[in-house]
Design a protein around this ligand. Structure first.
Ligand code: ZN
Ligand code: ZN
Length: 282
């Protein structure tokens, strides 16, 4: 099973592949650009080629790019909505240029406009961003969220609807499942029965075949708390046993798993990778 971490692009995009290789990763996630800024720098002339060369050298099977956190693909404010689509499209273009397999995005918030509005709005945004032929080489993945406030995307039914509506328009979108967000949004997977129920929920909504990336995070927040606070694997409210059950389930053994756990020291990523490898070994 491909296992990796979200890796820093400090010093250049290609540096992320070197960092992933040093950690023994099979896959990784990166930001394409500064994730908290609207200011947008296009790729430098050699940036994509250098990245691809380093990625090949590192032997990374899958690369995901995570979009800017400011993006709101269902904002009722037209200005923010169109600015978000513009940045999303630029992120998709970067992801395709560097040969990334996936572009992972949060869906944003429709404020008090409700889920039906949000489902339509996100669907239109995906169509708009891919109208110039983008999104064929890099698949757009919708990440489930923890459901804080008016945040949209905590309910797998809603994500499933967007994915199937998009498919009817010939647009391929998939699911990125975050374990912390799932847990605090109210999806439990602490017993074999719960894991089976959770996986069948995913299959009945987004579809297991559309589940392309799993973000591995334990949770500082309690079950159903809607808190989005990541913790080291096994040290939060989800706990080691739930991860052991979920990660070893045959239905998802081949899905790339990427750690987004806290990084306070250089020891944190190796520690979490070692924990997950131990869980997968039985
Ligand atoms: Zn995310
Ligand atoms: Zn995540």
């Amino acid at each position: 099973m491909p296992l990796g971490v979200h890796t820093s692009i400090a010093g250049g995009l290609f540096r992320s592949a070197e960092r992933a290789a040093a950690l023994g990763c099979d896959c990784m996630q990166i930001f394409g650009r500064n994730p908290r800024s609207w200011i947008y720098k296009p790729l430098a002339p050699d940036e994509a080629a250098l990245f691809k060369a380093k990625r090949a050298e590192a032997g990374l099977m899958k690369v995901a790019v995570h979009t800017n956190y400011l993006i709101n693909l269902c904002s009722p404010d037209d200005g923010i909505y169109h600015k978000s689509i513009d940045i999303f499209e630029k992120e998709l273009a970067i992801a395709e240029a560097i040969g990334a397999d996936y572009l992972v995005t949060h869906l944003g918030s429709p404020q008090d406009m409700g889920s039906e509005f949000a489902i339509k709005r996100v669907g239109l945004a995906l169509r708009e961003a891919s109208r110039s032929g983008l999104g064929k080489k890099t698949m757009m993945l919708l990440e489930n969220t923890s459901g804080a406030g008016y945040g949209f995307g905590a309910d797998l039914e809603h994500i499933g609807e967007i994915i199937s509506n998009s498919a009817k328009d010939g647009i391929e979108a998939g699911l990125c499942l975050d374990t912390c967000h799932s847990f605090t949004a109210g999806y439990s997977f602490s017993t074999p029965g719960e894991v089976a129920g959770f996986l069948s929920k995913i299959d009945g909504t987004a579809g297991l075949g559309n589940l392309k990336v799993i973000h591995l995070n334990d949770s500082k927040g309690a079950f159903g708390s809607n808190l989005d606070r990541h913790e080291h694997i096994g040290k939060g409210k989800i706990g080691l046993e739930a991860f052991r059950l979920l990660l070893n389930h045959p239905a998802i053994r081949e899905v790339p798993m990427i750690l987004e756990t806290p990084k306070k020291t250089d020891e944190d990523d190796p520690m979490n990778l070692a924990t997950v490898r131990r869980l997968l070994a039985g």
